[in-house]
Design a protein around this ligand. Structure first.
Ligand code: GDP
Ligand code: ZN
Ligand code: ZN
Length: 419
């Protein structure tokens, strides 16, 4: 609360409306019994009565006397709220990483006040400082009230070696400070204090002007990309997006070592006929030359098989990713892609392995197979499940899988972060 208007000693009875263009009258004919004007505080009795001197208004049944239509006091009555402080407690949870933390950590000096450069981790904010940050003068805002957005951005790297997870605070004035009087500027609300006097129920009505804080919490975590012509995996921060994922440099992380004992469990072993002697080996390397560039393939594509994203413009960059960093053959042309990712047998086996009695009806089959294929690709290329959940599929793989297991109608929804 920074300012207020008080209407004291109200009780429920009949009294004249506060005089405005809408409520003034000269005779009972100007009033209508039972009528409730949406801007009024009561129900008209149908009589026109004296408000003050020679001014007459319609009589209403309401809490009387009626609140006067008035301007907020200048300067604001609680101008010194400028020096008030607020402590913000913010707990966050990244369920995909099983990680929680908060903005108040042991060792915090609880007598601090936030300062953008000198004390950026202090969670105690002086109101005057917040408004100075957004270029506003607290005394001005205090008169009509206002809405202040406090944005807390959690920039986290949950990787063990580069661990970093601290909040960044910023402020944004959310109400429109240029709005004129007729468009209800600022921020206010009413409340009443009820009491009894001589056994009559009474109230004090208070119109309060103040600051509402809207706290907006954002978080990002990392995404992983893998190029078939690079031995490492790249970790990218979503914040950097806005340009094609293909061009984001990111940070190199080692590809988790494959546990080769797991290979024996792969379902493809169950279905493959033993190699016929004299025939070329099963595992062929990627073809040397690049697939001829298809006419649709976008500029960022290095393998010739990628397609433009169908996502809305703001999310498109997330799907602008090729299987390669440099020009060459597409991973979708490899034998293993066909066997591990596209094989209906393998995918059905995996789905049934999880749900032995799964009834694969016609409608859901393709989408289950498709989603399973995405997971197969991610597990194959990223190894650990932690990374696979946050792995972005190259466009060529995404569309090759969709071509194999298409959706009968509607658009594909694309990557959804598992939060
Ligand atoms: P839908 O079947 O119409 O919902 O569309 P999609 O074929 O795009 O599949 C969406 C599902 O696949 C969601 O659960 C996504 O999280 C998942 N998915 C799509 N793209 C990716 C990706 O690049 N990486 C990962 N890890 N999952 C993805
Ligand atoms: Zn490509
Ligand atoms: Zn490719």
């Amino acid at each position: 609360m920074t300012n207020f208007l008080k209407t004291e000693g109200q009780e429920q009875r009949l009294c004249p409306e506060y005089p405005t263009r809408r409520t003034l009258c000269s005779s009972d004919r100007g009033c209508k019994k039972g009528w409730m004007d949406p801007q009024s505080k009561g129900i008209q009795t149908g009589r026109c009565v004296v408000y003050e001197g020679n001014r007459k208004t319609c009589e209403v049944s309401a809490w009387c006397p009626i609140e006067a239509v008035g301007e907020a006091p200048r300067p604001a009555l609680l101008n010194s709220a400028e020096n008030f402080t607020v402590l913000i407690k913010n707990n966050i949870d990244f369920p995909g990483h099983n990680y929680t933390t908060r903005n108040i950590l042991p060792g915090l000096n609880i007598t601090c006040t936030f300062h953008k450069t000198q004390n950026p981790q202090c969670p105690i904010f002086r109101l005057g400082d917040i408004f100075r940050e957004t270029g506003d003068n607290f005394s001005d805002v205090a008169i009509q009230g206002g809405i202040m957005g406090i944005e807390i951005y959690w920039d986290c790297n949950l990787d063990r070696w580069f661990h970093h997870c601290r909040p960044k605070y910023s402020f944004r004035r959310l109400d429109d400070k240029t709005t004129n009087v007729s468009l209800y500027p600022g921020y206010n609300f009413r409340y009443a204090k009820y009491y009894k006097e001589n056994n009559v129920e009474k109230r004090t009505l208070i119109k309060v002007f103040g600051i509402r804080f809207d706290i907006l919490v954002f978080g990002t975590t990392l995404k992983y990309v893998s190029f078939v012509d690079e031995s490492h995996i790249r970790m990218v921060n979503q914040k950097l997006l806005g340009r094609s994922l293909q061009d984001v440099k990111g940070q190199e992380v080692p590809r988790p070592a494959m546990d080769f004992t797991d290979l024996s469990k792969l379902p493809l072993a169950l279905h493959d006929p033993p190699p016929i002697p004299g025939q070329p080996g099963e595992m062929q390397p990627l073809r040397e030359e690049a697939t001829p560039r298809s006419r649709d393939s976008p500029v960022w594509c290095q393998c010739g098989s990628c397609l433009p994203s169908q996502l809305p413009k703001s999310h498109r960059c997330l799907e602008e990713l090729c299987c390669r960093k440099k020009p060459g053959a597409c991973i979708t042309t490899s034998e293993l892609f066909r066997k591990l990712v596209l094989s209906r047998h393998v995918l059905q086996f995996l789905l049934l392995y999880q749900e032995p009695l799964l009834a694969l009806d016609v409608d859901s089959t393709n989408s289950r197979l498709r989603h399973c294929a995405y997971r197969c690709y991610a597990t194959w290329r990223f190894g650990s499940q932690d990374m696979a959940d946050f792995a972005i599929l190259p466009s060529c793989c995404r569309w090759r899988i969709r071509k194999e297991f298409p959706k009968s109608e509607g658009q594909y929804s694309g990557f959804k972060s598992p939060y």
